[in-house]
Ligand binder design. Structure first.
Ligand code: PNS
Length: 164
């Protein structure tokens, strides 16, 4: 495969083992992976951008070709600014496809140099989502199967305050 820089974008609210699996696989396929914590205008995050970046930094500290950034503008513009040739995203189920396909085509229109590469989610993470993790933790359930061990305690501590 051609050597290059790619971007793994997302809300990462919080990062899950499913995200980590995709980022690690991308880091083996490409020279450099920029993990970009971006604004999704249809979601209200539970964690601040700084918290989400810190969780990613803790979890991915041992992977030298991964850089974590926060950016509040358009992904297509940021990719151009950083010279990234592709966006890498995980696809869980067919239900992801329509939304991801729409974003991929929109990003391509905004930045014709930018392609999107989809990696198939690992079967053990097919059902996993940040919103599910938040719901389980807020209701006192066990999320140790879903989030990296190194951030588990912090995520639980923050989310238990959402319980009422
Ligand atoms: O993890 P998510 O919430 O599914 O990720 C979506 C995200 C953050 C990648 C998307 O909303 C995004 O790219 N936001 C940045 C703003 C932007 O470029 N919007 C147009 C995308 S078509």
């Amino acid at each position: 495969m051609d050597t290059s820089t790619v971007i793994c974008p997302g809300s990462f609210d919080p990062v899950t083992l499913g995200h980590i699996d995709i980022i690690k696989r991308a880091s083996k396929m490409f020279d450099k992976v920029i993990v970009a914590v971006l604004v999704n205008m249809s979601k209200t995050p539970s964690f601040t951008t700084q918290e989400r970046i810190a969780f990613l930094e803790t979890t991915l500290a041992d992977i030298p070709n991964v850089e974590i950034v926060g950016f509040s503008g358009l992904l297509a513009d940021y990719a151009k600014e950083r010279g990234a040739k592709a966006v890498v995203k995980g696809l869980r189920a067919m239900s992801d496809f329509e939304y991801e396909f729409q974003m991929a085509l929109t990003n391509k229109k905004l930045n014709p140099e930018l392609d999107t590469v989809f990696l198939t989610s690992d079967s053990q993470y097919m059902y996993l989502s940040s919103s599910m993790v938040k719901q389980i933790a807020s209701l006192g359930g066990d999320i140790s199967f879903f989030v990296p061990a190194s951030i588990h305690a912090q995520v639980c501590e923050r989310l238990k305050n959402n319980r009422n």
